[in-house]
Write a protein that binds this ligand. Structure first.
Ligand code: NAP
Length: 264
């Protein structure tokens, strides 16, 4: 039975970079995202370059019925998923009440519910096999509250805490769980969240998706629990624990206003 790594949000950014880094290591892939053309050309390219099998599934993971369809296929197929990468995620920015609810709901459906559901379904299959590995993509935003991006930060806090809990829950079944907490990473994320990332782009904080992927793949091989790429990001993740929460909220609000102001 062929083994696959399933990566959500593999059509761009960190997910695409992870797909490339894992294909380079000889892993067969199943790529999941919404953009068919992008997935098709990525699958062809990775197959040609690395000689691995790359399948793709077009799926809007913010729609529970589509997630059901994907899971049904996975549960009734010959695929063995030995690594699940829950990477797909979106951000919204601005005062919460000025946001369109549909966008906020989509964020929760994708960042939280789809991830939790995939972990449940694929985690159950892995537990039955007595092995497997799950990587969930959170953010350094998960370590603190984020005024101006409250829903996004809270969704990533969920992913961080959920993944740490799941790691212990699945240990007796031989399934490993890690959580990736990137800092600012050059990708379509900012444009899609309607953020003006120019100030961030010219700062030393911004990492490339390829750098993040390389660090992540090495850390996965060592079964690290929490993967925070780059020393600056490790410091940023630690700092909320050293300051009172009122101060953390204010600094976070200031940084989100400065770096996350809506693009015009
Ligand atoms: N960039 C950063 O600074 C940063 C920092 C910390 C954490 N992260 C996290 O890293 C992850 C990847 O983000 P990125 O920076 O690589 O951004 P990105 O380039 O915008 O990639 C997001 C990926 O998610 C997919 N996606 C979005 N909505 C989807 C949906 N409804 N159903 C299925 N797939 C969907 C997109 O593909 P389609 O459009 O084809 O569906 C794309 O492949 C996210 O979870 C993000 O929160 C990013």
């Amino acid at each position: 039975m062929t083994r696959y790594t399933l990566i959500t949000g593999a059509s761009s950014g960190i997910g695409l970079a992870l797909a490339e880094a894992l294909a380079r290591r000889g892993r067969n892939l199943i790529l999941v995202a919404r953009q068919r053309d992008a997935l098709d050309s990525i699958a062809c390219e990775l197959t040609q370059r690395f000689g691995v099998e790359v399948l793709f599934r077009v799926c809007d993971l913010s729609q529970p019925l589509r997630v059901s369809g994907l899971l049904h296929e996975l549960e009734h197929s010959d695929f063995t998923i030995d690594l699940l990468v829950n990477n797909a995620g979106i951000g919204t920015t601005g005062d919460y009440v000025s946001q369109d609810w549909a966008c906020e709901q989509q964020l929760i459906e994708l960042n939280v519910l789809a991830l939790a559901r995939l972990c449940h379904a694929v985690g159950t299959l892995m537990a039955g096999q007595g092995c497997g590995q799950i990587l969930n993509v959170a953010s350094i935003a998960g370590f603190q509250p984020g005024p101006g991006m409250s829903n996004y930060y809270a969704s990533k806090a969920y992913v961080l805490h959920f993944s740490e809990g799941l790691r212990e829950d699945l240990k007796p079944y031989g399934v490993k769980v890690s959580v990736l907490c990137p800092g600012p990473t050059n990708s379509a994320f900012f444009r899609r969240a309607q953020m003006d990332a120019r100030a961030l782009q010219s700062s030393k904080l911004m990492m490339s998706a390829e750098e993040v992927a390389l660090i992540t793949v090495k850390a996965l091989e060592k079964n690290r629990a929490i993967i925070i790429p780059g020393w600056r990001n490790r410091l940023l993740a630690l700092s909320p624990r050293l300051a009172p929460r009122w101060l953390v909220r204010r600094i976070s609000a200031y940084l989100n206003r400065r770096f996350g102001k809506p693009s015009r």
